[in-house]
Ligand binder design. Structure first.
Ligand code: ADP
Ligand code: MG
Length: 340
C-alpha cells in the first residue's frame, strides 16, 4: 500500500500559475499577493476516532486544537495568521447537543488571542463520525516565507519548547486516564489543547533568522527528515540536547514502579521511553528550524527569553539523520505519525 507521503509526492508540482511561489510540499502554500506581501495558506483535517476521540476531550479543546494545528503551519512559514475558514460535519446525535456551540467557544478563544478572523466555512451532516476541516491564511513580507528546502550543511538545528508531551498525553489517554480527575493534566493538555508557536514563528520570519523551518506535527524524526529531504542535506542531533517535556520522566518512573494493578496502562507507558516519545511522538506543535552560522548571534538576541534549544547540526550526508547518544551513534529512522 502506498504511504501518505508517496501520494503527496505524486500529485505535487502540477501547478501552472506564476503567482504560486510554493505549492504542495511545505507547511503552507505561498502565493504572491502584491509587491510587498506574500499570502500563506494551509488546510488540516481532523477525523473522529482517527485524530481525536470524543470521550478523551471536550468540544472546547477540539475547537481550540482545530485552529491551533493550522496556526502552527502558518508559524512554520515565519508568517502571521489573519483569516480562517472552518467546516464541520457532524452526525445527527451530535447536532442535537451543544457540541457545535462549545466547539466554536474554544475556537474563538484562541482566534481572539491571535487576531484571526473567521471569514467562512461549512456545516454538514455525516452518517456517523465528526469531520473537521480547518483553513487558515496569513501574510508574510515578500520573499520572507521560511521554506523546508533551504537548510545548508553547517546550519545549527533548533527546536522551540519541550518535546514528547503530546505523545505522553496520548499514551495516558489510551491507557484510560480521564482528564477531569487526572493528576497529569499538563501532559494531557499538550495533546488536547496544543499551543502554536505563533509569536516565535513570526519573529523568525520577520528577521530572516532561519534557513528552513517546519512545525513538529508528525514527530521530530519525521519532520527533521522532511527538512533533510526537501533541502537535500542530512542532520546530526544529540540525544542529551533534546528538551524532553517536563513531567514525562517522572510519569514514566512512577508508572514503571506501580504494582500490577493497572496492567494495560503499565505496558503501554513502559513501551516507550521519554526520549523515544520526544524523538518520534507527534503533535507537539513546536517549531524545528535551522540557522546559519552568521545568524546565530542575531537569533539569540531576537529570541532572548524564549524557550529554544540547539539540538544539532545540518550535515552534507543527504537524507541521513544521526543520533548521538552516550553509547555512540545510530541512524535515526523517521518514525513519526502517518495516517497511511
Ligand atoms: P502538515 O503536517 O504540515 O499539515 P502535511 O504532511 O499534511 O503537512 O502535507 C504536506 C504537504 O502536502 C502540504 O503542502 C499539503 O498541503 C499537501 N497535501 C497533503 N494532502 C494533500 C492532498 N490530499 N492533496 C493535495 N495536497 C496535499
Ligand atoms: Mg506542518
Amino acid at each position: 500500500m502506498k504511504s501518505e507521503f508517496e501520494i503527496i509526492e505524486k500529485i505535487r508540482g502540477q501547478t501552472f500559475s506564476k503567482s504560486i511561489k510554493t505549492g504542495i510540499g511545505d507547511d503552507c502554500a505561498v502565493i504572491s499577493k502584491d509587491s510587498k506581501t506574500d499570502l500563506v495558506i494551509t488546510t488540516d483535517m481532523l477525523v473522529e476516532d482517527i485524530d481525536f476521540r470524543l470521550n478523551w476531550t471536550i468540544p472546547e479543546y477540539l475547537g481550540h486544537k482545530a485552529l491551533a494545528i493550522s496556526l502552527s503551519d502558518i508559524a512554520a512559514m515565519g508568517a502571521s495568521p489573519n483569516w480562517a475558514m472552518i467546516s464541520i460535519g457532524v452526525p445527527e446525535k451530535i447536532w442535537k447537543t451543544d457540541f457545535i456551540e462549545k466547539f466554536y467557544k474554544g475556537w474563538f478563544a484562541l482566534a481572539i488571542k491571535f487576531n484571526v478572523n473567521l471569514i467562512g466555512g461549512d456545516l454538514s451532516r455525516t452518517p456517523d463520525k465528526i469531520v473537521i476541516d480547518s483553513i487558515v491564511a496569513g501574510e508574510v513580507e515578500k520573499n520572507k516565507a521560511v521554506l523546508r528546502s533551504k537548510a545548508k550543511p553547517g546550519d545549527a538545528i533548533f527546536v522551540t519548547g519541550r518535546l514528547g508531551g503530546a505523545a505522553g498525553g496520548l499514551k495516558l489517554l489510551q491507557s484510560g486516564e480521564k482528564f477531569e480527575i487526572s493528576q497529569h493534566k499538563n501532559l494531557l493538555r499538550r495533546q488536547l489543547q496544543p499551543t502554536p508557536q505563533t509569536e516565535i514563528g513570526r519573529i523568525i520570519g520577520e528577521k530572516n533568522l532561519a534557513t528552513a523551518m517546519i512545525d513538529l506535527s508528525d514527530g521530530l524524526s519525521s519532520d527533521l527528515n522532511h527538512i533533510c529531504r526537501e533541502s537535500n542535506v542530512g542532520a546530526k542531533i544529540y540525544a542529551d540536547k533534546i528538551p524532553i517535556a517536563r513531567n514525562l520522566k517522572n510519569l514514566f518512573e512512577s508508572k514503571n514502579n506501580q504494582t500490577k494493578k493497572d496492567k494495560k496502562s503499565q505496558s503501554s507507558i513502559k513501551s516507550s521511553s521519554p526520549l523515544t516519545l520526544a524523538l518520534n511522538g507527534g503533535e507537539d506543535f513546536e517549531l524545528l528550524f535551522t540557522v546559519s552560522r552568521k545568524k546565530n548571534f542575531q537569533l539569540e538576541k531576537s529570541l532572548a527569553g524564549k524557550a529554544i534549544s540547539r539540538i544539532g547540526e545540518i550535515t552534507s550526508d543527504a537524507d541521513e539523520i544521526e543520533l548521538i547518544t552516550d553509547s555512540g551513534k545510530e541512524i535515526l529512522q523517521p518514525e513519526g505519525f502517518q495516517h497511511f
